[in-house]
Design a protein around this ligand. Structure first.
Ligand code: IMP
Length: 453
């Protein structure tokens, strides 16, 4: 059985925790896109693990794989593996030979370009993600397999670093440092290669997975970011540089659509909206300086500011990777309808219902008003999305949720208001409800059906 887990919104929907809840039934957990820009928090008993690259399944002792659609910073990879080992775990992490390598020069360019872009900046995590995918598409990147071949590595890096050096110095007036230096980059790459080889981490992702699937293994594909951050289906240009949606599983692992589509595709929904970075957000509550367009502190009404602060603090809405305060808003149904189609969702999990507890009224952006007409889905350009005015529906609030009592009582133990809210979402999207999250720990998830079964 194959299960794909994708974010339906703007990242940070709680995918890592859900991968962990259902991951007990997986034999292999695979990431298919992105790199160390992801911030996955996995809570296991009293222990909390924060991972940005290693698939969350590593916490449960699964075989994990970074597919060819990923961009891999070996320094982060080894740091995370070492940190897990220091805490007594034995992570089994494999890396696709076709995955591209994030080099120091890519991080350098992520910083340089974000500054140069001004208003067009996506507010990236500065992990070098975009520049690495850019070099991949331009056919001048370095792949994990190249690290193991010193001659190929030198040839690729010679061209790449010469080009980057010229752009950095001549276009951006940057003072060259070690990131642009061929010999020091080669030396670093040799160190990474040595460890990849010794620990036998490099595999050909497609055949590696095919072999296990044929042997009956359960495989889980763990999406990072979310559908509206997808390079093709997201709110371009405020997106990441990979296909975070379910289509990315095929290109990012070497398995075909009929194989991937034979399983379940589960969309993770956060019960409200949060966003790191710039660009429009029609259901936004309050604003965050430097991220919300044209926002100045004190420019929103008090009610919106108070609600935003409350949801941000209750939900811990501060970036896992960057610690930046996230922008928050009400649930955006057109965004979820878009995600349901793009990913071909078969089911969903609705997380963080507890964060909305004890509000008098919970609102949902049911549709948009655009050019005087009501529309149920997102327009194709971000500028038009920015022109959309959310049309809200209101739900009665619900009392505080005690995760222990509720998880014992099951779904029917949820307050009536919360159940009405969940029923509305499921009805609108016409998908199966797999689980509801009422707190951060694995035990705080009420499971209704397991997508592996
Ligand atoms: P990049 O992926 O670092 O290039 O950043 C591009 C955009 O995606 C920025 O708006 C980031 O804030 C956003 N982003 C990247 N990874 C995540 C994530 O894991 N959660 C939420 N936003 C993300």
């Amino acid at each position: 059985m194959l299960v794909t887990i994708v974010g339906t919104q703007l990242g940070d929907e709680g995918k890592g925790g859900i991968v962990d809840v259902f991951g007990g039934d997986a034999d292999v957990v695979v990431r298919y896109q992105g790199g160390d820009n992801a911030g996955h928090t996995v809570v296991e008993g009293d222990e909390e693990y924060k991972l940005s690259l290693v698939p969350s399944g590593a916490v449960r002792g699964k075989v994990t794989l970074l597919g060819n659609g990923c961009v891999v910073n070996p320094a982060t990879l080894f740091d995370e593996i070492d940190a897990l080992r220091e805490r007594g775990l034995e992570p089994d992490v494999r890396v696709a030979a076709r995955a591209h390598v994030i080099l120091p020069v890519h991080r350098l360019f992520d910083g340089i370009e974000e500054v140069a872009k001004g208003d067009l900046a996506a507010g990236t995590t500065k992990r070098g993600i975009g520049p690495t995918y850019e070099d991949k598409a331009a056919r001048r990147g370095v792949r994990v397999g190249d690290l193991l071949d010193p001659e190929v590595l030198r040839e690729r890096l010679s061209y790449l670093l010469k080009q980057k050096h010229d752009i950095a110095t001549e276009v951006y007036g940057h003072e060259p440092g070690s990131e642009l230096d061929l010999e020091s980059t080669i030396e670093k790459c040799h160190e990474f290669a040595e460890r990849l080889r010794t620990e036998e981490m490099v595999v050909d992702a497609g055949p590696f997975l095919e072999e296990r699937i044929e042997a009956g293994a359960n495989v889980m594909f763990e999406g990072a970011q979310g559908t509206s951050l997808d390079i093709d289906h997201g709110i371009y240009p405020y997106v990441t540089s990979s296909n975070a949606s379910a289509g990315g599983v095929c290109t990012g692992t070497g398995l075909g659509p009929t194989t991937v589509g034979s399983g379940a595709v589960v969309g993770i929904i956060k019960a409200y909206l949060s966003r790191v970075g710039t660009g429009p957000l029609p259901t936004e509550l309050g604003g965050v300086e430097g991220q919300t367009p044209d926002y100045e502190p004190g420019s929103d009404d008090d009610e919106a500011e108070t609600l935003a602060r409350r949801i941000r603090d209750e939900g811990g809405e501060y970036g896992t990777v960057t610690n930046r305060p996230r922008r928050v808003g009400w649930l955006d149904m057109p965004m979820l309808r878009h995600a349901t189609r793009v990913n071909g969702l078969t089911g969903v999990v609705i997380n963080h219902l507890d964060v909305l507890a004890e509000l008098d009224v919970v609102r949902v952006g049911h549709s948009y008003r655009l050019d005087g007409e009501e529309r149920l889905t997102m327009p194709a350009t971000t500028e038009r999305w920015g022109d959309c005015e959310a049309v809200f529906r209101e739900f009665d609030g619900w009392p505080a949720i005690d995760p222990d009592a509720i998880t014992d009582a099951g779904y029917d133990g949820l307050p009536a208001g919360a159940r009405a809210y969940v029923a509305y979402i499921i009805d609108e999207l016409d998908v199966e409800l797999h689980a509801v999250g009422v707190g951060p720990a694995r035990d705080d998830t009420i499971v209704r059906s397991n997508p592996f079964q």
